[in-house]
Design a protein around this ligand. Sequence first.
Ligand code: ADP
Ligand code: MG
Length: 256
Amino acid sequence: MAKFKHGATPGPFIESVLFERGRISDPNHYAFVLPSLKGLMKLDLHPKVTFFVGENGSGKSTLLEAIAIANGLNPEGGSRNMLFETRASHSELYKIVRLRRYHALVPDAWFMRAESLFNVASEIDNLGVGRSYGGKSLHEQSHGEAFMTLVENRFSQGLYFLDEPEAALSPQRQLEFLVLLHQLIEKQSQIVIATHSPIIMSYPEAKIYSFSEAGVRPVAYEETEHYRVTRSFLESPERMLGHLLGKKTKNKAESP
Ligand SMILES: Nc1ncnc2c1ncn2[C@@H]1O[C@H](COP(=O)(O)OP(=O)(O)O)[C@@H](O)[C@H]1O
Ligand SMILES: [Mg+2]
């Protein structure tokens, strides 16, 4: 196995996440009663990429954040060195998380979600290290550009938690993101991503967990609702629009 720059073994880092439910102090806390999470005892992470998919409000961010905090990351996002605080709304789930690790050393770690990019950009400006990002502050780039710049320039070999990275990205940028993801994996990073994007969740060397009332369950790519709904819509937009809008809708391509 390749060695990373400080001589320790690179990723994967986390084998599984255990939930010690006996340590719950407030059983009514929302993260302990969410239908998808309430019976969760153990979650095996893929050594390369793990995806969290599911309806809005199904608990993906709550779980992602808890695992990130358990890894020493700021619940608000950023790298391990970034300790800014603008709110305190994270759940108590991290308190019962125990990590089963392959080994203790993680060279780099980041937790990124759409809301944290602004704070991360400010922190990078404050640290005076913005010049390494193409000489342009992340604040002077669009959300999508700033996110891609960060992944390309700052992520290397480590443990990365990303919440809906597609929020800022055009379909073409999502394809480019897949290439960056692959490069990180080739450097032996381990990545956990909550996403609604059928493009991003197509990454082949991955495990997809679907969050629902039935719990957190592994699911095949083609069986995700995201894949099925998007595919069925694009195969025949007029049929689905007709069904949704209750009338016959002309295919735009056929319009005069
Ligand atoms: N700070 C909070 N306090 C109380 N309930 C919350 C809090 N954050 C999220 N929730 C609830 O937990 C549920 C899951 O939220 P979240 O993990 O953000 O879902 P997802 O990321 O899957 O869309 C939501 O229904 C939300 O209302
Ligand atoms: Mg979310």
